[in-house]
Write a protein that binds this ligand. Structure first.
Ligand code: SF4
Ligand code: SF4
Length: 486
């Protein structure tokens, strides 16, 4: 047995252990496999349970290229089995733990006691995180300083709302709200979104300067920002590293050069937006800030992916640079022509086309790191410590829901109201439905996006994306480790 990733669940404490305690096995590191075995030997010293055990509902098993791969979506553990272990595992039904092998499977979460209710435990984790504040006091505040944008992407859900920008009074109310709710021992992540948040540069400056003034510079905070990056300058990057404390930037590319320029349709003077995006991605990557380029694809631009990736290849020298590929969705309410978008039914074939390209060109650096982990934490909508503030100073539980003030859960003047708009999200957390309760991916996905669950359409799904290419990831992990073994 080779343990590629160990369990993060314990029988005594179901709190997820932070990633630094997880040891991923690096196929390029020869000492890694050897170091696994002593820990296994010591398992035989552990008290063996006298209870009967059964296979976990969350075991994900793949046998490929003569190797058996086993992953438990609840415990995070994954391993490779030799032939004998594979046969033993497959023939296993309800059993007493009577060998070191079974003891190892039990301690890694692949076997559970027969009366153990695994779905209850995952539901408990999700609800506990939904209804309590994290013990470290961390808060995520997503702010839309402006809902105006200098681009006119045809798919953008904010098109209709692009005249809103925070005025002076709203800036003050936003700062007062934050300062009255957060104490200096907490840490805050400000998530800047828009419109184009860089159009609201001065607003972001004012908010952060006033917050710093209030806390005497003692509040620990960072920022993450979603930007089309067309307005980026050296001066702004210095601001990212200074006052804004940006540690995460997300930028999108909407096609190869002409297509991207056409789709972004920037207002004002003509310029090669595609080229500028590449240059600015490079400028950002050089700073060490985590820089992600998401490539939005539909049926009209998917054939351009290899050309875009070729242009992004030089950025791979920066370990903080990453590429995400996603299906474009029609986020406007028009839904006039959905045929150009990939429907949920086409996600499998979409990822079958794009994943090999990403992998072969080196954009997936380590397949094992792509394997999902258990996710106890809910999205903004179903977490007590996360909130969205729009340009009107209204509060929301979900960005997608933030376009109409009718959906608000309060405002910066009066704070949060646990009104119907608030409660609707928690109803989704409490009742995820039979399909999700049975789903092997529930620990990783926790019932997925609640907004898409409430607003179904052909091109959206609540399900987490990796579900559609999980077998490809596992295949690459097996290949990686089988190479190492030879
Ligand atoms: S409900 Fe969906 S869109 Fe809204 S915050 Fe959660 S994951 Fe995001
Ligand atoms: S949303 Fe989809 S992937 Fe997530 S638990 Fe439910 S069925 Fe599974």
């Amino acid at each position: 047995m080779v343990i590629l990733r160990t369990s993060t669940l314990s029988n005594f404490d179901i709190v997820k252990i932070k990633p630094q305690n997880k040891k991923n096995c690096d196929p390029n590191n020869n000492t890694c496999l050897a170091s696994v075995f002593p820990s296994l030997i010591s398992l035989s010293e552990m008290a063996k349970t006298s209870k009967y055990v059964k296979k976990s509902h969350y075991n994900y098993y793949v046998n490929k290229y003569g190797m058996a791969f086993l992953w438990n979506t609840a415990s995070d553990a994954c391993l490779l089995l030799n032939e004998d272990e594979d046969a033993c595992f497959n023939n296993l039904s309800i059993s007493l733990i009577n060998s070191d092998f079974l003891n190892s499977l039990f301690s890694l979460g692949f076997l559970v006691e027969v009366d153990f209710d695994e779905v209850f435990r995952i539901n408990l984790l999700r609800k506990r995180h939904a209804y309590t504040y994290p013990s470290d006091g961390h808060v995520d505040i997503e702010i839309l300083p402006t809902q105006t944008c200098n681009a006119r992407c045809f798919y953008c859900f904010e098109q209709k709302y692009n005249c809103l920008t925070m005025d002076k009074a709203t800036i003050s109310r936003t700062v007062e709200y934050i300062c009255s709710r957060i104490n200096s021992s907490q840490d805050v992540c400000f998530i800047w979104f828009g419109g184009e948040p860089l159009l609201g540069e001065k607003i972001i400056d004012k908010i952060l300067e006033q917050i710093n003034l209030f806390y005497g510079g003692q509040l620990s905070y960072c920022s993450s920002i979603t930007t089309n990056n067309s307005l980026l300058t050296r001066g702004l990057v210095n601001k990212f590293l200074g006052l804004w404390k940006v540690n995460d930037v997300l930028t999108t590319i909407d096609g190869y050069r002409e297509e991207h320029n056409l789709r972004k349709a920037y207002v004002g003077k003509k310029f090669d937006a595609y080229n500028l995006t590449l240059e600015n991605l490079n400028m950002l990557s050089e700073t060490g800030i985590k820089t992600t380029c998401r490539i939005n694809l539909d049926k009209d631009n998917i054939s351009q992916l290899d050309k875009i990736l070729t242009d992004l290849l030089p950025l791979l020298s920066h370990p903080n640079f990453a590429v995400q590929v996603s299906t474009l969705r029609d986020k406007t309410s028009s839904k006039t022509d959905l045929s150009k978008y990939f429907s949920v039914e086409e996600y499998d074939s979409f990822y079958r086309e794009v994943m090999p390209l990403l992998y072969e060109m080196g954009f997936i650096r380590n397949a094992l790191e792509q394997l999902p982990t258990r996710n106890n934490i809910n999205c903004i909508a179903c977490s007590m410590n996360k909130i969205v503030i729009n340009s009107n100073g209204k509060l929301f539980k979900c960005l997608q829901d933030s376009l109409s003030d009718d959906n608000s859960v309060g405002d910066c003047q009066n704070g949060i109201s646990t009104n119907n708009n608030y409660a609707k999200w928690y109803k989704e957390i409490d009742n995820i439905g039979d399909k999700c309760e049975q789903c092997i991916f529930l620990p990783c996905c926790q019932g997925g996006c609640k907004y898409y669950r409430m607003n179904p359409s052909l091109d959206t799904t609540p399900c987490f994306r990796k579900k559609y290419y999980i077998d490809y990831i596992i295949e690459q992990i097996i290949k990686q480790f089988s190479k190492e073994r030879k």
